[in-house]
Design a protein around this ligand. Structure first.
Ligand code: SF4
Length: 266
């Protein structure tokens, strides 16, 4: 636990690698301090079938700035919500279990930027359910060292198939090198589900390279293809994602995944 909390003093939790001392009040790209805030927690049924009903804890703050984010300002402002304390967490877990949740699931924003605070509350939870970690997979390898004994299922968002789209739509550099490195680490640690949100106009630049990489590297990993994209919030900034996905785009994507022999679960 001390090791995890020490991460705040020279923060390298995600690949922005800001190196700031968050415990001294210094802020990096994500603007998060040492207190993680929960802006919503509830039982969800729209996740992958093997996970539902799942009790999701939404933490505010993120290391990305995706143009297609549906969470709104809660995702980007780490001060939103109520503090993740042990008292709050233990009570919330009990609430979820009473309502039949099969697991708890950390989502954001991005939970990686709050990893030490999350590990702390989980270590103090007397009846911790199975843990699902849903992430953009832009954490550093040290994050996966800390997670390896704490997570039962990883759900990875594989968002872009090339670095230019990652830079333009999410403000992140070297996206593909980082996400593919982390997918391989996670696949060797725990159960892994890889998700991709189909975006209009990104079939060739993003979806096809993702499918090709999965076929060559992790063809046995369950692939969750999300084809219900709707524009919201910031998406008007980018012409091609300012409208919904067409049924034709979704159908072609499912066909390609089938042709490539991927294990499509959704
Ligand atoms: S978690 Fe925040 S402060 Fe730490 S490296 Fe990432 S963006 Fe920077």
């Amino acid at each position: 636990m001390e090791l995890a909390l020490a991460c705040y003093t020279k923060c390298m939790l995600c690949e922005h690698r800001c190196g700031v001392d968050r415990s001294a009040g210094h802020l990096g790209f994500c603007k998060a301090g040492t207190v993680a805030n929960v802006y919503r927690h509830r039982i969800e049924y729209g996740e992958e079938l093997e996970l539902v009903p799942s009790h999701l804890f939404y933490l505010s703050g993120c290391d990305l700035r995706c143009g297609f984010c549906i969470a709104g300002i809660d995702a980007f402002d780490p001060s939103r919500g109520m503090a993740l304390t042990s008292e709050f967490f233990n009570r919330a877990v009990q609430w979820g279990q009473q309502r039949g949740a099969r697991n708890i699931q950390w989502v954001g924003g991005e939970p990686t930027i709050h990893l030490p605070a999350i590990l702390e509350v989980m270590s103090r939870c007397p009846q911790l359910p199975p843990v699902v970690w849903k992430s953009d997979f832009q954490g550093t390898p040290e994050v996966f060292d800390l997670l390896k004994d704490a997570v039962d299922v990883y759900v990875a968002d594989f968002k872009f198939g090339n670095d230019a789209c990652g830079r333009r739509l999410a403000g992140i550099e070297s996206y593909t090198r980082i996400v593919t490195r982390n997918l391989k680490i996670a696949a060797g640690q725990s159960r892994l589900i890889i998700r991709h949100l189909l975006l209009p106009g990104h079939a060739e630049c993003c979806y096809r390279p993702i499918v090709n990489w999965l076929r060559e590297n992790l063809p046995w990993v369950p692939f969750s293809l999300r084809d219900s994209y709707l524009p919201s919030w910031r998406s008007r900034r980018f012409a091609e994602i300012a409208h919904p996905l067409t049924p034709g785009e979704a159908k072609q994507a499912h066909c390609l995944a089938g042709q490539m022999g991927l294990r499509v679960i959704q």
